[in-house]
Design a protein around this ligand. Structure first.
Ligand SMILES: [Fe+2]
Ligand SMILES: [Fe+2]
Length: 504
């Protein structure tokens, strides 16, 4: 067992931004309670200045426990990364303990608030995870968050390669990811990885009127991870996660639903549109896969002009199954706002047997960045509450970062939308932005992104593809199907809570 005090964002400075009494309160408590290790996930100082580092050195000495400090974007301002090494320590490193290892990584970019674990460091992290693969507990710490956070306003998923990092941590069975940065305490379980965000320990800039806090993390010998968000008011929120291993499940009972999920067909007369591949997919759907439902997650056409919609409709009509479609950002260019509903219909919620299919509109005029909006979120919350069935939410923009894409927060309120979807325990969320297939379970919500079905400009080493999602009474299995060859690759297998009914 290991007990960690996770502090963050102290923002030590001479100015009023810093709340010294909150720092002392938390530092005293950390000393008094039983902790093996203290981790500070960055923004130790407010501006990376020498005077701030001098004060930080003095303040950090108050903590009388083994202490690891990770640099934050504020620490590297004004070439503060050099001072960090002089006053605090290594920017990247490894700390070994009984049964485990902690690897901390500098995710900062000089003078920017955004984060990045760049190619050399990414390789270093990968190598370290391989080197310590036999350790039962693997912890990675960095300043920037990995999964969008609620209550952060215009969410930017600021680790540019968050999708690659998330994928790396999942593939290497990392137990825990520790971060700070947004001053919002939060815990997410992403598959068996616990993503622990600390709030801010001693900065005035809390959000939504919150107070200062730190997190208490306990990793038990049986693998259970417990995180308590402890506020200076004494209020506590406790979350725990028990790993689901072993991960091999066998479906029981008849299949109750099969969905074929497509995205980014991008019908057009540009050379990047691979018409024959899309025609092949339509044949596969009609003759071999025979799904109950086909869902197209948007970017049906490459540009919102009439000729493209005419051609798309022709192909779309050839699919025999029931079909649902939501617009993507490229459908909404030019006259797309008028043409999409005219040709493909206005997306509406549909009930089929024991399932509710809920479309969410995310694109805006002339930008890749999507939004649901506060009004849209309230509508979605109501739809999720009223259903009482197995809910399938589908939209274009992704809510979790996708590997091999530069993540810039493709849904500007992704943090709030993800919290809403997971908070309501939505069963299945389908997205289609980013040009790569990816699937993860966040809390109890399965999230599946589709790659591009027929557009040559994608980011998927498997090629053009689409997903097949099979729902059984107690589980969901998702495959990615190569659009030309029909070969399959497993995206994930997840257990469902309680048995479910069928589509008819
Ligand atoms: Fe901060
Ligand atoms: Fe920060």
């Amino acid at each position: 067992m290991i007990r960690i005090a996770h502090i963050s964002d102290t923002h030590i400075t001479g100015e009023s931004a810093y709340k010294g009494y909150a720092y002392d309160l938390i530092a005293n408590e950390v000393n008094r309670l039983n902790f093996d290790l203290v981790i500070h996930t960055g923004d130790v100082t407010n501006n990376g200045l020498r005077e701030e580092y001098e004060r930080a050195e003095y303040e950090l000495k108050k903590i009388q426990k083994p202490l690891i400090v990770v640099p934050g974007n504020h620490d590297v301002r004004n070439v503060g990364y050099e001072l960090f090494e002089d006053f605090i320590g290594e920017l990247n490193g490894v700390y070994e303990f009984k049964d485990g290892v902690l690897i901390w990584v500098d995710s900062t970019i000089p003078d920017l608030s955004d984060g990045r674990i760049g190619k050399h460091k990414f390789r270093w992290l990968k190598k370290k995870l391989e080197e310590y693969s036999d350790r039962r507990i693997k912890i990675v710490a960095a300043h920037h968050h990995l999964v969008p956070l609620p209550n952060t306003g215009r969410e930017r998923n600021v680790l540019f390669n968050a999708g690659d990092v998330l994928d790396l941590l999942l593939r290497n069975d990392v137990t825990l990811y520790l971060c700070g940065h947004k001053h919002v305490p939060n815990v997410y379980r992403v598959e068996d990885l616990v993503v622990d965000n600390a709030g801010c320990t001693s900065c005035r800039k809390t959000r939504r009127g919150d107070v200062n806090s730190y997190n208490i993390v306990t990793i038990h010998d049986d693998g259970k991870v417990e995180v308590t968000i402890r506020r200076v008011t004494g209020d506590e929120v406790r979350v725990e996660h028990k790993p689901v291993k072993p991960k091999l499940f066998v479906p029981r009972g008849e299949r109750i639903l099969r969905i074929v999920q497509l995205s980014e067909s991008k019908v057009s007369d540009r050379v990047y549109f691979r018409k024959r591949v899309l025609e092949n997919v339509v044949n596969l759907i009609n003759n071999r896969l025979r799904p109950d439902i086909v869902i197209h997650n948007g970017d049906v056409v490459d540009m919102g002009i009439e000729r493209n919609f005419q051609r798309a409709l022709k192909l779309w009509r050839k699919i025999n199954a029931s079909k649902f479609v939501v617009p993507g950002h490229s459908d909404m260019t030019y006259l797309g706002y008028e043409l999409f509903p005219e040709y493909l219909g206005e997306p509406k919620p549909v009930e089929l047997g024991d399932f509710t299919f809920i479309p969410v509109l995310t694109p805006q005029y002339e930008t890749e960045i999507g939004v649901v909006g506060r009004f849209g979120q309230r509508k979605l919350a109501k739809q999720l509450d009223e259903s009482g069935k197995f809910r399938v939410v589908f939209m274009h923009h992704n809510v979790v970062p996708i590997p091999r894409s530069r993540e810039r927060g493709f849904l500007e309120d992704a943090g709030d939308v993800l919290k809403l979807l997971t908070g309501k325990e939505t069963e299945l969320v389908l997205t289609g932005h980013g040009g790569n297939a990816f699937a993860v379970k966040v809390e109890n919500t399965i999230i599946i992104n589709a790659g591009s079905v027929s557009w040559e400009l994608h980011r998927n080493p498997f090629g053009n593809s689409f997903n097949v999602i099979d729902v059984y009474p107690c589980m969901v299995i998702a495959f990615e199907v190569q659009a030309t060859w029909g070969s399959r690759r497993l995206l994930g297998v997840w257990k469902l809570k309680g048995p479910r009914g069928g589509v008819s």
